[in-house]
Design a protein around this ligand. Structure first.
Ligand code: NAD
Length: 735
């Protein structure tokens, strides 16, 4: 096996890129010697004077024969000539690479030059540079945090590729691999076309009679956009011909795009124009976040945020609670499928619901906003979704993935769904299996994990025995698929699950039939666009409800809170414990029951509660533990054997660390009423526990510090501000 080294490096073409690589290698002491060769002797001499290279190669053949690595950094047009000069002097284990901006033509030239491509030949392209040329402009830091694309060929030795990748990493670059054709396609779109447009725009304007004025008054946008028109004309001339076919294809696509803009403006078609602009804006932001690895998953769990809370006086006034997360997803999905324009207020701008929103945009739906919770969705109709350009990225949102799996299973085109590292570990089997039983074709990876590959064009059908349901998300996926099924899709629920999808479907004009626990949905011809307000999230409101209920003298009001009976089990339990919670102005919004809540302090007493309550208050269980500690006497919470509630377990540990008396028995938890003491605790990244722990401060003698609270921002971005508004003594600290 050949072994490759990078100790002695020869750079052929000591200009901007070759010089920068030489400087970077020398300044970091990555290699033993960097030798430079350039047709222009003056560049080489300047290279020595500036310390860019160790020495100048007196003869190219001798320098090639001595080198471990030869890097061609000449213009793409002369690559073949230089390959011809270099070839006879290469040893079998010489590494040979280049930095050319195009790859197909260079590989084709190499194939002409070599009878058999040498194993040490690995083409490359650093995605870095400036509009300057020459060794004087070279920069040792040019490749730091920049991408370098290697395009190894079938003949390239993996050891050679590895040695070259290590060299680029040593100068700070991030190394990627691509095949040659893909490289040229991607670069034509992302680099070659933009340069061409910049040259063309400046040239076009420069030919206008009043060009001095145009340039004098040109604002920042023009300057930013045309900066690259100052690049080296010869180099770009060469690149255009070197990547001719890919570039022509991109010019045609772009011309068609400008044509659509022109037609929309000429016809006064504001919907199309807005569609193009909103999609572009969203895509730009989305791509930036994907590149920054923060799209929908800014690792909130690891974000080092602490809440510091002290018991304060009575709570009073009003607070604003954000829109319901589950309902936000469903509202925009159905609005996208409706005929006409839907206006949605109170949309929660959380990472999860934004992932759904972006996926719908990628499926061709025009969506304006969100802006202060307002979203305008231009529905495309049940059959108007378009094949997305690529796989749909859903960040960490399992809800988006399960619901979209149902919707996309029924579309005529193929799709692929993937997400961040966390979501890629979550099994989607619970949704894949029932959807496949009704005729969907969905392939997951091992154990049903994403990516999910959904084959379109399937005929969905009913099943003889109703599908048993265990979760609201699986039910929702089936309901969405059912909108397209040839036969009704029926399902049964052993225990009731959240019914937001059924209610939202009803408000868009397609109510599923619920017959004694059997739920059936049938295909419809259309959904009608709506104007609706997403109710304030009951689970978030519950934090303030419990805080006011256990703090003497409190009286607060929360407006427009969703009081869906499949969610608000905590209301019945707190009321049974003596809480004073009034539902005022009861009404319906988007098919959901909503009320203004008035909560007054009232002494709570312990009680006994069993599993029949937990299905409608899973998320609020940590808060119930706090209420139980604040109540007089003993509270017994019974749980079914084998059922697991991680948030409850974490909350019990945390309350015990603050002095609560909680016994774990065979039946469940026995909690003695009492006070807590001061302490520093971690919520383990669980936002439910983080918020419940701050509520617990009301009954603590001293300050409570809760760490790892970053994830709260994901569900209730203004939690601390709104809590302070009610009089809770809370502030947050980084770290
Ligand atoms: P440059 O003009 O700064 O340097 C090119 C050097 O090659 C010059 O010094 C020139 O004298 C020398 N040269 C030309 N013909 C030669 C020959 N036959 N033998 C020896 N030397 C010769 O150009 P640059 O910007 O450094 O570009 C070099 C390569 O890097 C090109 O292939 C380009 O596509 C690629 N590249 C450029 C950028 C950029 O932003 N400038 C970015 C990535 C890749």
């Amino acid at each position: 096996m050949l072994s490759f080294s990078t100790r002695k490096v020869l750079i052929v073409g000591l200009g901007l890129i070759g010089g920068s690589l030489a400087r970077a290698l020398r300044s970091r002491h990555v290699v033993e010697e960097v030798v430079g060769y350039d047709l222009n002797r003056a560049e080489c001499e300047l290279g020595v004077t500036l310390g860019v290279i160790d020495r100048v190669a007196e003869s190219l053949p001798a320098a090639v024969a001595e080198a471990d690595l030869v890097v061609l950094a000449v213009p793409v047009k002369v690559m073949e000539t230089v390959l011809d000069q270099v070839r006879p002097h290469l040893r079998p284990n010489t590494l040979l690479s280049d930095v050319g901006s195009t790859k197909g033509n260079i590989v084709a030239a190499a194939r002409r030059q070599f009878e058999r491509l040498p194993p040490g030949f690995v083409p490359g392209h650093p995605i870095a540079g400036t509009e300057k040329s020459g060794v004087a402009a070279s920069d040792a830091e040019m490749f730091v945090r920049r991408k370098v694309i290697l395009t190894p060929l079938p003949e390239s030795s993996p050891e050679a590729t590895l040695a070259l990748a290590r060299l680029w990493q040593a100068v700070g670059a991030e190394v990627l691999q691509m095949d040659v054709q893909r490289h040229d396609e991607v670069l034509a779109a992302t680099s070659h076309l933009p340069h061409l447009l910049a040259f063309s725009l400046v040239d076009t304007l420069a030919q206008e009679a009043e060009n001095t004025d145009i340039f004098r008054y040109a604002a920042g946008g023009f300057r930013d956009f045309t900066r690259i028109a100052a690049s080296d004309p010869t180099m770009w001339h060469d690149i255009c011909f070197a990547n001719r076919d890919q570039l022509l294809a991109q010019i045609d696509r772009f011309t068609a795009g400008v044509g659509r803009l022109r037609a929309a403006i000429a016809a006064g078609d504001s919907q199309s124009l807005l569609g193009i602009f909103t999609r572009a804006k969203a895509s730009r932001e989305h791509f930036s976040r994907i590149l920054a690895r923060s799209a929908y998953s800014p690792d909130l769990h690891k974000h080092p945020l602490r809440f510091i809370v002290r018991a304060a006086g009575a709570l009073s006034g009003r607070a604003e609670v954000p829109g319901d997360r589950s309902i936000s997803h469903r509202a925009i999905m159905l609005a996208a499928l409706a005929d006409g324009i839907s206006d949605i207020e109170g949309f929660l701008e959380s990472e999860d619901s934004l992932a759904t929103l972006q996926a719908l945009r990628d499926l061709g739906v025009v969506i304006e906003g969100p802006h202060l919770g307002m979203v305008r969705v231009y529905g495309v109709g049940l059959h108007g979704l378009r094949r997305p350009a690529g796989a749909l990225y859903l960040g960490g949102s399992g809800t988006s993935m399960r619901l979209l799996a149902g919707l996309l299973a029924a579309q005529p085109f193929d799709t692929e769904l993937y997400g961040d590292d966390g979501l890629m570990c979550e099994s989607m089997r619970s949704v894949i299996e029932p959807l496949c039983r009704i005729g969907a074709d969905i392939q997951g990876a091992e154990d049903g994990r994403p990516p999910l590959r959904i084959r379109g064009g399937q005929t969905l059908h009913g099943v003889t025995a109703p599908l048993p349901l265990r979760s609201a998300q699986v039910k929702s996926a089936l309901l969405l698929a059912g909108l397209y099924s040839q036969e009704p899709i029926c399902m049964t629920q052993q225990t009731p699950t959240r019914d937001h999808t059924e209610r939202m479907l009803a408000s868009f004009g397609c109510a599923p039939v619920d017959d004694a626990g059997q739920l059936c949905v049938s295909a419809v011809s259309s959904l009608q666009a709506q104007r609706l307000r997403v109710p304030a999230d009951w689970s978030m409101a519950a934090n303030f409800i419990v805080a006011a209920s256990i703090t003497p003298g409190s009286e607060i009001r929360l407006q427009g809170v969703g009081v869906n009976p499949t969610r608000n089990g905590l209301l019945a339990v707190l009321t049974a414990m003596g809480a004073d919670i009034q539902l005022l102005e009861c009404r319906e919004q988007g098919g959901e029951p909503v009320a203004d809540l008035q909560i007054r302090y009232a002494p709570l007493r312990g009680g006994e509660f069993g599993p029949e309550h937990w299905t409608t208050m899973r998320d609020e269980l940590p808060l119930l533990l706090v209420a139980a500690v604040a109540a007089s006497g003993r509270t017994l919470l019974r749980f079914d054997a084998g059922s697991r509630y991680p948030s409850v377990e974490r909350m019990v540990e945390l309350l015990c660390a603050l002095g609560a008396r909680i016994e774990r028995g065979a039946e469940g938890l026995a909690i003695e009423g009492g006070r807590l003491h001061a302490g520093c605790i971690s919520c383990g990244g669980d936002y439910r526990v983080a918020m419940a722990a701050t509520v617990a401060a009301a009954i603590a003698q001293g300050q409570i510090e809760v760490s790892a609270c970053g994830s709260v921002a994901q569900v209730f971005p203004e939690f601390v501000e709104q809590a302070r508004r009610l009089g809770i003594d809370i502030y947050k600290e980084e770290g």
